[in-house]
Design a protein around this ligand. Structure first.
Ligand code: ATP
Ligand code: MG
Length: 217
């Protein structure tokens, strides 16, 4: 009996979403393909965390981003997870999430929120999206469930409000908008333009180590 309950506890620890001793009360879920993660993602996550007093923002790495997979080759999920882990390693309050990778198959925010709500029953959940993702919110699978399980947060450019699906309430957080995208970064890798200041050094190092995006070692 004793052994069984120890095993169960060990299993629970291994599968916890957040590797932290304190139980978070306010959790931000910032999902993406992160192919690769860049300073726009990081600036957004730290500023949303500060503005909404979140204990933690989880950069949740999509396993199969079903809205993107037909349009281009996606870097393997474990590589993208390693890059996000490197990106947040020294940043307080940001963590890399692998729930969607561990679940396998196509990634849906509704399932991820359900999992977070099961594990952190008393926590308030916030789904954080950039302006482009927010504008397309009603194309998400089970978007009503997402809105019901979490507060929706959109990241606005200072002085400019993106148009949003009016049937939902949105929290708007203004962050300095950086015109950087993973698409532009992948193009920069392939044609050799500079990456300085667009991506952090630990991420760049890992990209070189793993020879991703055609980067020379
Ligand atoms: P891609 O160009 O491949 O679409 P991306 O840079 O848009 O990549 P994603 O992984 O698609 O990155 O985005 C994850 C989340 O980050 C989305 O909610 C998106 O709106 C947001 N986001 C992306 N780039 C920025 C940025 N520069 N500033 C703020 N939010 C961003
Ligand atoms: Mg995008």
């Amino acid at each position: 009996m004793v052994r069984a309950s120890c095993d169960a506890r060990r299993h629970f620890r291994r599968t916890r979403l957040l590797d932290s001793a304190t139980v978070p009360r306010r959790i931000g879920l910032f999902g993406g393909t992160f192919d690769p993660p860049h300073v726009g993602h990081l600036v957004t996550a730290v500023n949303v965390r500060h503005a909404l007093r979140l204990d933690v923002v989880v950069l949740m790495v999509a396993n199969v981003p079903w809205q993107k997979e037909r349009s281009r080759q996606i870097t393997p999920a474990e590589d993208r997870f390693a890059l996000v882990t490197a990106a947040v390693a020294d940043v307080e309050g940001l963590v890399a999430g692998r729930t969607e990778i561990d679940r396998g198959g196509a990634s849906y925010t509704a399932d991820t929120l359900r999992r977070l709500a099961d594990e952190y029953v008393d926590a308030e959940l916030f789904t954080v999206v950039g302006d482009d993702a927010a504008a397309g919110f009603t194309t998400w699978d089970r978007y009503e469930e997402v809105a019901q399980r979490s507060s929706l947060v959109v990241v606005d450019r200072p002085g400019e409000s993106v148009e949003l699906p009016p049937e939902f309430e949105w929290l708007r957080v203004e962050v300095p908008h950086l015109e950087v995208s993973s698409t532009d970064l992948r193009a920069r890798f392939s044609d050799g333009r500079p990456l300085d200041y667009l991506i952090t050094e630990p991420v760049l190092e890992m990209i070189r180590e793993r020879e991703l995006y055609g980067a020379p070692r």
